[in-house]
Design a protein around this ligand. Structure first.
Ligand SMILES: [Fe+2]
Length: 212
């Protein structure tokens, strides 16, 4: 499975619907606890009006979530995350695009000159972020903001590229279905949620290292 993860940037894993995400996580690798979040986060469709704007639901509600990497505003975002289906909504697809396609045609000088900052920071000295640094690719249209002209130009180029690149569409269609994603490589998005899909429930856990 590690081979598939390295090859594709993601791997689909079936697990026993009666086991827990923590059982699955043990066999996948070293979990990473986000200080401000529970170890296992439960993701359900939420209406924009009920949510805080620091979340995706608070910005997009049940509309489509645009392509992003998780916690892109962190200096070092978590490397991997696992999504596990608790209550399926088979027509709601998770979409993935490999950042290697996005970066292929980008001018490396433009990329290195493009500076971003977290959308909200009280710390004026907060680190400047680059979308590609070593192994890490980060992208988020709302939680990181371009702060120079190069970054503004780069943002438009990436957005254009995202619009024309065909995504891999994956459905967590059955209880226990899991998707392990390399968060330093793949951008992901979520389909809009219809009224009859409001009971969709997905669990998520982050990893710093995988051993599968
Ligand atoms: Fe996400």
């Amino acid at each position: 499975m590690l081979h598939q993860l390295k090859e594709n940037g993601y791997v689909f894993i079936s697990s026993d619907a009666n086991s827990s995400i923590l059982d699955v996580a043990k066999s996948v690798g070293d979990v990473f606890k986000i200080p401000t979040m529970p170890l296992v986060q439960t993701l359900t469709p939420r209406l924009k009006k009920d949510e805080h704007e620091s979340t995706y639901s608070g910005n997009f509600g049940i509309d489509e979530f645009p392509f992003h990497t998780d916690l892109a505003h962190w200096h070092t975002p978590p490397r991997f995350f696992l999504l596990r289906c608790v209550t399926p909504a088979p027509n709601v697809y998770t979409k993935l695009i490999d950042s290697r396609y996005l970066c292929d045609s980008l001018d490396s000088v433009l990329v290195s000159r493009s500076h971003f900052k977290p959308r909200k920071t009280l710390d004026r000295t907060a680190n400047i972020l680059k979308i590609k640094e070593g192994e890490i690719f980060r992208w988020d249209s709302i939680f990181i903001k371009p702060i120079n002209n190069s970054a503004k130009k780069l943002s438009l180029l990436i957005q254009d590229k995202l619009n024309i690149t065909e995504a891999v569409n994956l459905s967590l269609a059955k209880e226990g279905d899991c998707l392990l994603i390399d968060n330093w490589r793949m951008v992901h998005a979520r389909d809009p949620i219809s009224e009859k899909e409001m009971n969709r429930k997905i669990e998520r856990i982050y990893f710093e290292k995988v051993i599968i």
